[in-house]
Ligand binder design. Structure first.
Ligand SMILES: [Zn+2]
Length: 213
């Protein structure tokens, strides 16, 4: 099959099933034709109608993820790209839970009985551990009085990109939906304040500890 992959590789991967989830989530927000146009624009024609298989083998490259988010911004402009990126991230979390929900143990009764603050803390930690265990993404957590601070030290979302402002909208969407789900339907402020693509040493996303509604 002809490909137009760049010759050099980052050597960092998501497992195939997570790459598949990313593409399915994009399909939910922009339709199959939209995804095909995006993949073509992003020079990822090998993925058109050929999503990664549903297994844990590490086969979805970080540079492909970065090319997809760059393509979203190129196709729809920074504002449109941001909106679609966030929506795709939210959809990805939902699909991801179907694949990884059992691993997370978050649906267990003991978890459901935790108070909200602890539920968020445990859930966000578990999500970070899941990325660290199954992918080459590296996540570290800090917190202060107001926020959980999700620090992506090796970020696939903006891999290979340069940007004027933080651009890991898909990661923001994943965490928005994660907090929403963990809290049983509440909304939290989630904002990327620093981004590797914009020159920071890591991508840093704040997750409010208290719901905004
Ligand atoms: Zn990033």
């Amino acid at each position: 099959m002809p490909t137009d992959n760049p010759p050099q590789s980052s050597g960092f991967y998501y497992p195939n099933n997570m790459g598949r989830v990313v593409l399915q989530a994009l399909e939910e927000v922009m339709g199959r034709n939209g995804v095909n146009a995006l993949l073509t624009l992003a020079k990822l024609r090998h993925l058109v109608n050929n999503y990664p298989p549903n297994n844990l083998e590490k086969g979805f490259r970080f540079e492909d993820f970065g090319a997809i988010t760059q393509g979203l911004d190129d196709m729809y402009g920074p504002r449109g790209g941001r909106g679609l990126g966030i929506r795709a991230g939210r959809a990805a979390l939902k699909y991801g839970l179907r694949e990884f929900g059992a691993v997370l143990g978050i649906a267990d009764l003991a978890f459901r009985l935790l108070p909200l603050g602890m539920k968020l803390k445990v859930g966000i930690n578990t999500l970070a551990e899941t990325f660290n265990k199954f992918t080459d993404q590296v996540v570290r957590l800090e917190e202060d009085e107001e926020y959980f601070i999700w620090i992506i030290e090796r970020c696939p979302v903006c891999w290979g990109r340069t940007a004027d402002a933080p651009c890991c909208h898909a990661a923001v969407g994943i965490l928005q939906e994660g907090a929403h789900w963990l809290s049983g339907g509440k909304s939290f402020r989630v904002e990327e304040v620093e981004c590797t693509a914009a020159g920071a040493p890591a991508c840093k996303i704040l997750i409010g500890k208290r719901p905004i509604d």
